[in-house]
Design a binder for this molecule. Structure first.
Ligand SMILES: [Zn+2]
Length: 316
């Protein structure tokens, strides 16, 4: 059997983070949630991630037929690119998706074209491989407040625009936890300092909306969770501080965008400004590594974030 030991991290209440092996270790997680012998995946990574997800089931003694749900928080390809390939392996699962995302999963050509525009053809195929459509009859459309069963637990889906219009988060009230996809930003474990997490927003094209994103963060916090599970990467606690910093940083991004709006070298100015801003936050956080390491860990996100902010500037 494939050795997945190092790729699984167990948390409370039957939650396991599975490393999707996307770009680098511990960059993207799929969360396996098990309750009373039934299972769900929250986000899937890419088609390349599917073997890790299946190995996680085997490692936890779950039969593929006992997976009831594949929950895709939104259809960005690092979250749902593997949904079609995964669904082929799970005979009884339904794939839950926001109404705006459903057609993209059933017919992914527009999604593929959009991602090639962001990444270029070569990088796209390295990152995502083949995108398998999800059989339309197995798609479950999620409304705001839709509740589903997983074993003995109830999961509530709530719409959370701001990162993407078609984004929903999953609330487990009884276990005081939320699965946030990209709505609660990014917190790579590489940046932990003495157990304290570092957080920043992700503003990937083409739906960034700073005010909506801050409202969505407040909405997640209104459930008073003890843990939030981020796709990038896994559990964070200390949520009062992190939610405050998230909202401050969303506004700081928007502010930076506004200051660069009319610059002749807008794209460069924005990217330099964002790195400088992130570096100052990392300094305040006590992160000891130098600029080389910071660029290695942040440059992909800075590029995506700046593309999203430029798209927002052009829309508003
Ligand atoms: Zn996303």
């Amino acid at each position: 059997m494939r050795d997945v030991g190092s790729k699984l991290t167990d948390f409370r209440a039957g939650v396991t983070a599975v490393d999707c092996d996307y770009v680098r270790p511990k960059l993207a997680a799929s969360h396996l949630v098990v309750d009373g012998g039934r299972a769900a995946f929250v986000d899937t990574g890419t088609t390349h991630s599917v073997p890790n997800l299946l190995a996680a089931l085997a490692a936890r003694g779950i039969w593929r037929g006992d997976v009831d749900w594949v929950l895709t928080t939104h259809v960005h390809l690092d979250h749902a690119g593997g949904a079609g390939a995964l669904m082929r392996e799970l005979p009884n699962a339904r794939c839950a998706v926001h109404p705006r995302g459903a057609r993209h999963l059933a017919e992914p050509s527009k999604l593929i074209a959009g991602s090639i525009a962001v990444y270029g053809e070569k990088r796209f195929s390295d990152l995502y491989g083949e995108i398998v459509p999800v059989d339309e009859s197995r798609i479950f459309i999620v409304g705001d407040g839709t509740r589903i069963r997983l074993g003995a637990r109830e999961l509530e889906m709530i719409h959370t625009p701001g990162h993407a219009l078609h984004h929903y988060c999953i609330v487990d009230r009884a276990n005081e936890m939320v699965f946030s996809g990209d709505t609660f930003g990014i917190s790579y474990r590489d940046f932990d300092v003495e157990g304290r997490a570092f957080i920043f927003p992700t503003t990937t094209p083409v739906h960034f909306d700073p005010e909506a994103l801050c409202r969505s963060v407040d909405r997640l916090m209104s459930y008073r969770p003890r843990s939030i599970f981020l796709t990038h990467y896994a559990e964070v606690t200390d949520l009062e501080r992190l939610s405050r910093e998230m909202k401050e940083r969303v506004l700081a991004y928007a502010d930076l965008g506004a200051r660069c709006r009319d610059a002749a070298d807008r794209a460069d100015k924005l990217r330099r400004g964002m790195f400088a801003m992130m570096a100052s936050w990392l300094d305040a956080h006590g992160f000891p590594r130098d600029d080389g390491e910071r660029h290695r860990l942040l440059d992909d996100d800075i590029e995506l974030n700046c593309q999203g902010i430029e798209n927002w500037l052009d829309r508003t």
